[in-house]
Design a protein around this ligand. Sequence first.
Ligand code: AKB
Length: 331
Amino acid sequence: CACLSTTRKTLYTPTTLDNPRVLITGSLGQLGQGLAKLLRQKYGRDNVIMSDIIKPPKHILDSGPYIFADVLEFKNLQEIVVNYDIDWIIHFSALLSAVGEMDVPLAIKVNIQGVHNIMELAKQYRLRVFCPSTIGAFGPDSPRNPTPDVTIQRPRTIYGVSKVHAELLGEYYYYKFGVDIRSLRFPGVLSADTHAGGGTTDYAVQVFDDAMTTGKFNCYLEPNTMLPMIYVDDCLRALVEIMETPNETLKLRTYNVAAISFTPEQLFEEVRKHVPKLEVEYNPDGRQSIADSWPQVFDDSGARNDWGWSHHYDLEKMVQVMFELKRKILK
Ligand code: AKB
């Protein structure tokens, strides 16, 4: 019976790659502004619509289209897709690992109900969707060094559970309905001009501000906690690359992408090359047990082999560029 078939139906390929019209949800988080800038350079300023539920700062309004979009309001999303003639959705709205634990019902709503809405929308309007996943989609039973694309995933945070759910639902919608949903599991992301906000890997972003302002840093992870990390430019390039990859090339709907793995101690040693007087105190909190359940080293050979992923930033280059940008911002 066709309705029980698990083989993929004809894939929706609604857009030319020349200039898709793209909606970015949750665009005022860590990745949205950088992605909008990148996509606007490629596809045109007015073809990339940033959205969120909060009032944006003026420079966002000046940079291109920005609208209100609540991922929990299906009708609101339908209106946007129709009125703006959307082809792709980059679905960034989510509560991250640490804040998710502080408000589980809200995380369930935003991260799970939000994803349901986006996938139904994609099915209805034949959209291509990117939904980010994370190292947090693994748990203490997963192999941690290295962690392959396909392995045990039994995360112990609501964030991780919601991301496994999104991965599986995306795969289901792909095979069942032919909806073109793609995903990458991102490591912790380092960026200079935007804050992370509520994650377990945030320490690696915060230390740059504290090093440059007070010269003191209170680290909530143990010095030897190794986690995969990536510089924001690499992360966003990976996203654009997978969205532009012809569907036949993809063997998986969700790929690991990795760049570097380091511990707080290793990062601070590199930071001290720029701020020699940096003083660090270690006061591990609840985020330690989350980090201890996550991959230490990510195996991204699938992404490298299937669609040519490679990172450009190692630890030294990343710390260098973070300080250069921070200095410009502080001027
Ligand atoms: C978090 O720490 O929650 C995020 C992530 C690794 O997905 N940065």
